[in-house]
Design a protein around this ligand. Structure first.
Ligand code: EPU
Length: 339
């Protein structure tokens, strides 16, 4: 059985944005659906575990990644349906998310503008239901196709099957590690109706999707470090959701604390970046490893010296403990340990 791009002892350090040293026992770059079936069969014969990586922008890879790592580079965009108001697209899992945002804007297909410049692939987007500036993937999501890692069978997941939540889906829950997402179907609008609900976008009156995208890019670039220059995995913690009473009580002491009540009014999301900053940790880079909350956005942990994931996780734990001691709120990592 031939797999053209199978490598042993494959260096993953440049295949993820946090740049931790990491070696995959085996790796294969998949550009065609048939390669994927072949690769899965190959691993099954050898009883090897299999995991998938897109652009690696939300991962903390261990030093050694056993078994076969599939690098998803499936490509292509296909229009499934089009009406006067909407278009439905099937996009292959290996397509770069930001490229898709720009492509759709150029085609006058709207709805992805606020999600510009999010690193990663289309196939990774549903796993954590990517979101920014008031828009989440689930707002435009129709369905996805995935291949079961164990059986090799293909299955389609509806939005309901995916159980999307804030930075959450079934692929981070009970189905974690079980599927490779090969394609995602999105429904976009053919009329430009910008979502400007998020504070920093509220004063805009964009004439075009390109203008909105440009603004979102500028906002992101002003706060978020470019992983090509300073290794990072985006927000390192999710914003914790706590009982509303606890949030209100903290606000008595910390009047400026950002609090976003949930729809049912029982809970509130609080800004982990704010908590980390108030704990005095923004720009506090550890003397030995350089790891710390980025000086312009404390929710992002940077790894400038490209040190091992164990050190990144230890520093994250230290930060979480300091926040917990100060506010009684536990914050949990957002990127996934790989595998
Ligand atoms: N804040 C601080 N100090 C900081 C960082 C934030 O005080 O160092 C405060 C801000 O002033 C603001 C609040 O915290 O009042 C929220 O900050 P921001 O709007 O920058 O967003 P975030 O909650 O820190 C989330 C997402 C980002 C997304 C932005 C914009 C998560 C885990 N992160 O960050 O997503 O771009 O909102 O919508 O939900 C990612 O997931 O990797 C990511 C970058």
């Amino acid at each position: 059985m031939m797999i053209p791009t199978l490598h042993a002892d494959f260096d993953l350090q440049r295949y993820h944005t946090l740049a931790c040293p990491s070696v995959a026992e085996y790796a294969v770059t998949v550009t065609e659906r048939s390669h994927l079936s072949t690769a899965l069969a190959w691993a099954k014969q050898r009883a090897l575990p299999v995991q998938v990586i897109g652009e690696g922008s939300n991962l903390v890879p261990r030093d050694v990644v056993p078994g076969l790592t599939v690098i998803n580079r499936l490509s292509g965009v296909r229009v499934l349906k089009q009406t006067a108001d909407q278009v439905e697209l099937r996009v292959a899992g290996g397509v770069s998310w930001h490229w898709l945002v720009l492509f759709c804007s150029a085609q006058h297909w709207y709805g992805l503008e606020n999600l510009a410049l999010i690193p990663g692939t289309v196939g990774a987007a549903p796993v954590q239901n990517i979101g920014a500036y008031g828009v989440e993937l689930c707002d435009v999501f129709v369905s996805l196709d995935a291949v079961n890692i164990r059986s090799g069978e293909q299955h389609s997941f509806s939005a309901e099957d995916c159980q999307f939540g804030y930075r959450q889906s079934v692929f981070k829950g009970v189905e974690e590690g079980a599927w490779i997402i090969t394609a995602v179907t999105l429904r976009l609008s053919r009329r430009f109706a910008p979502n400007l609900t998020y504070g920093p976008l509220a004063d805009l009156n964009p004439a075009s999707s390109a203008e909105l995208i440009e603004h979102v890019i500028a906002v992101r670039q002003s706060k978020l470090p470019d992983p090509a220059l300073i290794p990072n995995a985006g927000s390192f913690f999710t914003n914790p959701i706590i009982p509303i009473a606890q949030a209100r009580s903290l606000q008595q002491t910390y009047a400026a604390m950002p609090v976003y009540p949930t729809a049912d009014g029982e809970f509130a999301k609080v800004a982990a970046g704010w908590l980390i900053e108030q704990a005095g940790l923004r720009g506090d880079y550890a003397a030995d490893t350089g790891i710390g909350p980025y000086e312009k956005q404390a929710l992002v942990l940077v790894n400038p010296q490209r040190v091992a994931s164990s050190k990144v996780m230890a520093r994250a734990q230290e930060i979480a403990q300091i926040v917990e001691d100060k506010f009684g709120i536990s914050i949990v990592p957002e990127p996934r340990l790989f595998p």
